[in-house]
Write a protein that binds this ligand. Sequence first.
Ligand SMILES: Cc1cc2nc3c(=O)[nH]c(=O)nc-3n(C[C@H](O)[C@H](O)[C@H](O)COP(=O)(O)OP(=O)(O)OC[C@H]3O[C@@H](n4cnc5c(N)ncnc54)[C@H](O)[C@@H]3O)c2cc1C
Length: 445
Amino acid sequence: MNSKQKILILGAGIAGMYAAERLAEDQDSEVTLLEATGHLGGRCFSFFDEKSGETIDNGQHLFAGAYSDFFDFLTRCDAMEKVNGFGELKIPFYSPAKGDEYNLNLGDGSKSSLLFGILGQSYFTLPERLKLLKTARKLISMKHVDSSKTVAGFLHESGQTELSMRAFWSPLTIAILNTSPLNAPLTLLASALRKMFSENSGRPLLMFPTTNYADLFANYCHIMASRHAKIEYQARVKRIIINDGLAQAVELENGDILHADIIVSALPYHALRKVLSDDILALPGFKNLMFYRDSQILSAYLWYDKPIKTPAMFAFLNSAIQWGFNRRRLQPSESKFRYPSSFAFTVSDADSLKDVNRYEIADLFSEILGDSMFEFKGLQPAHCRVIRSYKATFEAYPELEKYRIEQETEIPNFVLCGDWTQTGLPATIEGAARSGRLAVEVLQK
Ligand SMILES: Cc1cc2nc3c(=O)[nH]c(=O)nc-3n(C[C@H](O)[C@H](O)[C@H](O)COP(=O)(O)OP(=O)(O)OC[C@H]3O[C@@H](n4cnc5c(N)ncnc54)[C@H](O)[C@@H]3O)c2cc1C
């Protein structure tokens, strides 16, 4: 007779992968990870692009050097050597408006380098630089953050000028929270900056994968197999069956019913809303699911048939594009590429581009690049691929922080994780991994 405790984990994004891998360490448990699609990683996924002959991700991802749970996870997956860092973080900002360029220097993660980095920015006046520095340091060391405040509200109170808002705080906030400073909660920006600058264990401030996600997670299946844990792909959960105050089973879309002793949902909030019955959604602990809203990210990959030299990472002011990445520098390869140059561009909080089709995106981006950087002047991409992530992250806003749902629920054998659950962090890979750890800790209490 099999007396092992059956654990079902729903969703193989970072949160579900993290929780499944940790729970599978217990030999008295039988762990099954159920995933609706055919791949691991959830919102961190790769696919093959036929025209370029390259496997690309659904967008360029970056990691803060201060990520801890995610890096622990990668270490257990033997994948940390596939991550690299920007030594000193110097990001050139380009602009189609001539004379509006500057170099953002955030240093190497130490507080002293932040000080010299900001004080050395001649793009800002000296009083602006002093205010920037004072405000950045205040945010990093803030013990008590007013949870009702937006980032913009706080920055206006601290006397930031229009230029500091536009060229410094706005790009930083949108990059970290995928939300404009006007709506973004101050608590989340403060916690992310504190983590980046005070809890950094000596790693570079910003890091990146030197390979695609499929390769980064290549070892995960072997680890799970060695622990006799199962991963079921194309296993879309239709319904979580909760009776008599306990989670009993899940019904898959193909009609299969899988019984379990413990169910861990690592589904995004929008998917969880669909698989819970109305009476569960009405319980106090689940009601707050209705407060979550989506925020999108648009990623565009452009390939060129001539070599183009740029920094590995760059950014834009006064432009529809926010961030640019030279993929040939971030992910070099021994083998020959079909196109000598390849760039990934990211637009966070991308609602403004929702009605622009991919041909128009290619034209718009080429025009901005040509107007902003001499390296792209007169160039048209040989190939373009646009990826829209409509539900890239939850939209962060101050009230939501009060409503974010904990991993422990009022149903004792039903636990939640996912970047949207209460982690104190924005919707990031680190938040997802942390939520997986917190879910495991609830079960091990
Ligand atoms: C384009 C883009 C760029 C980003 N850039 C960064 C970045 O630079 N740095 C950073 O830290 N974060 C970034 N993020 C955010 C980060 O990717 C997410 O926060 C994180 O991956 C979320 O992980 P998760 O496990 O919580 O959820 P998900 O990755 O969404 O995982 C949920 C899983 O559940 C599965 N699922 C859904 N419904 C069902 C169902 N009914 N049955 C079974 N399975 C189901 C899904 O297929 C998915 O695999 C980015 C996100 C996007 C989209």
